[in-house]
Design a protein around this ligand. Structure first.
Ligand code: DGJ
Length: 369
C-alpha cells in the first residue's frame, strides 16, 4: 500500500517536472512562437491587457494567403507572458453581406482595455470595409463581459466629425476653414504648411477624420485615449474616450502634423509620455521614430530612433504595435510582417532600457522575462 503511494507520488512529480520542462522560459524575437498546442501564435498587430493575474493578448488572425480578415480577432492567455493558451476567436467577422465587419474586410491592430466602472472589456480596432481597400479609414468598437469574449460589435465610423482639435483657437479654425485640398499639389512646401494648418481636417470635417493604425492608452487617472493615424496617415490624433471607453468625447489633439507616422505604441515613465511609431511603407519595415511629452495633450517632441543593434535602422525588420510595462520590464512589441504568407508573420518583443533618460530598444537574440 505504502509502496503504491510512493510510486504515485513519484509519477506525479515526474509528470509535473516534464510539464515544466516543456514550458518556454525565454523570448526569442523573430522565431516561431508556439502556443500551448504547439501552433505559432496568430495574433498580429496586437496588444496586451492584464486582468487579475492573467495577461490577455489580442491580435489579428492572419490567413496563410491573404491579409484580409477571414476570422477576426484572436485571444491568447498567459500568466508569465511566455507560455500562451489559445482562447479562440474573441471577435468574429460575420457572413452578413454589407455588415461593417463582413468576412473579407480589413480588421487591424485590435486593442482591449478594461473599464472598472462598467466592468466591460472594450475593444477598438482599425476597420476597412470589405472591397474598398483602405478608403473607409474607420475605427470599430466592440464590447464583452469577459476578457476572452465573445465581443459584440457595436459600431464603426470615422473620428470626431464636425470637431476641431483642442489646440485650434478661433483664428486657426478660420484659417483651416479657408483651405481647399484641390488647390494643393502633394508634397510641395505649400501643401506641407497647409497640412499643418488643417487642410485635411477641413476636408474631412463633415464626414469625420480618417482613423487607421491605432492603439489605446489608459492613464493613471483612469482616462482612456485612442491614438491613431489620421489625415491620410500624415498626422497622428490622440482622442479622449468617454467614461465607458466606448466613444470619443470630442476632445482630440494632433501629433507631428505631416510627419507621416503609423503604428503608434505608447507608455508613461516617471511622468513622461513616450511614443514609438513607424514611417509609412506598407508592410515593409522602416526606421522607428520616437516622441515624448509631459502631458498626453503635448507638446510632443521628436527624438532619434531608439533602436540599437543589427537592422536597427529598419526596426529589426519589424513595425511597432504595443508597449507593455510588466514583470519589471517595459516590453517593446513589434510585428515582422510576411505579406506573402501573412500567418507566418513573426513577433519582436524586446525590453526597453534608458540611456541618458531616453528609451533605448537594444536587440537581443534571446532574453529571460
Ligand atoms: C502598415 C500598417 O501599419 C499595417 O497595420 C497595415 O495597415 C499595412 N500598412 C498595410 O499595408
Amino acid at each position: 500500500m505504502r509502496q503504491t503511494h510512493y510510486l504515485t507520488l513519484l509519477l506525479t512529480l515526474l509528470f509535473a517536472l516534464s510539464a515544466t520542462a516543456q514550458q518556454k522560459r525565454t523570448i526569442r524575437s523573430g522565431e516561431l512562437w508556439p502556443d500551448g498546442n504547439g501552433r505559432h501564435i496568430n495574433a498580429h498587430g496586437g496588444g496586451i491587457m492584464k486582468y487579475g493575474d492573467t495577461y490577455y493578448w489580442f491580435g489579428e488572425h492572419k490567413d496563410d494567403h491573404t491579409s484580409d480578415a477571414l476570422v477576426g480577432v484572436t485571444c491568447y492567455a498567459s500568466k508569465d507572458l511566455v507560455n500562451w493558451r489559445n482562447c479562440g476567436v474573441a471577435l468574429s467577422v460575420t457572413d452578413e453581406p454589407g455588415h461593417d465587419i463582413e468576412r473579407g474586410c480589413i480588421l487591424e491592430r485590435p486593442k482591449v482595455i478594461y473599464n472598472k466602472v462598467t466592468r466591460k472589456f472594450c475593444m477598438w480596432f482599425h476597420l476597412e470595409l470589405k472591397g474598398r481597400g483602405y478608403n473607409a479609414a474607420r475605427y470599430g468598437v466592440a464590447v464583452a463581459n469577459r476578457p476572452e469574449g465573445p465581443y459584440k460589435f457595436l459600431y464603426s465610423q470615422r473620428a470626431n466629425a464636425n470637431t476641431w482639435p483642442v489646440e485650434f483657437d478661433e483664428q486657426a479654425k478660420e484659417i483651416a476653414d479657408t483651405l481647399v485640398a484641390a488647390h494643393y499639389q502633394d508634397w510641395t512646401p505649400a501643401w506641407t504648411t497647409a497640412i499643418g494648418q488643417g487642410l485635411y481636417i477641413k476636408r474631412d470635417f463633415g464626414r469625420g477624420q480618417m482613423s487607421r493604425d491605432m492603439t489605446l492608452y489608459v492613464d493613471d487617472d483612469g482616462k482612456a485615449y485612442h491614438i491613431f493615424s489620421s489625415e491620410e496617415n500624415l498626422t497622428l490624433h490622440i482622442a479622449e474616450l468617454t467614461g465607458d471607453y466606448l466613444h470619443h468625447t470630442g476632445r482630440y489633439t494632433r501629433v507631428a502634423p505631416a510627419g507621416h507616422n503609423e503604428a503608434p505604441a505608447i507608455f508613461k515613465h516617471e511622468g513622461t509620455y513616450w511614443m514609438i511609431t513607424s514611417g509609412c511603407t506598407g508592410w515593409a519595415p522602416n526606421e522607428a521614430r520616437m516622441f515624448s511629452a509631459p502631458s498626453i495633450w503635448g507638446p510632443w517632441t521628436q527624438h532619434p530612433n531608439p533602436c540599437r543593434g543589427p537592422k536597427a535602422e529598419i526596426t529589426f525588420g519589424g513595425q511597432s504595435t504595443f508597449i507593455l510595462p510588466a514583470e519589471g520590464h517595459i516590453i517593446f512589441m513589434a510585428d515582422i510582417w510576411r505579406p506573402r504568407h501573412p500567418s507566418d508573420a513573426r513577433y519582436i518583443w524586446l525590453p526597453i532600457t534608458f540611456e541618458q533618460g531616453k528609451p533605448v530598444v537594444q536587440w537581443r537574440d534571446e532574453w529571460d522575462l
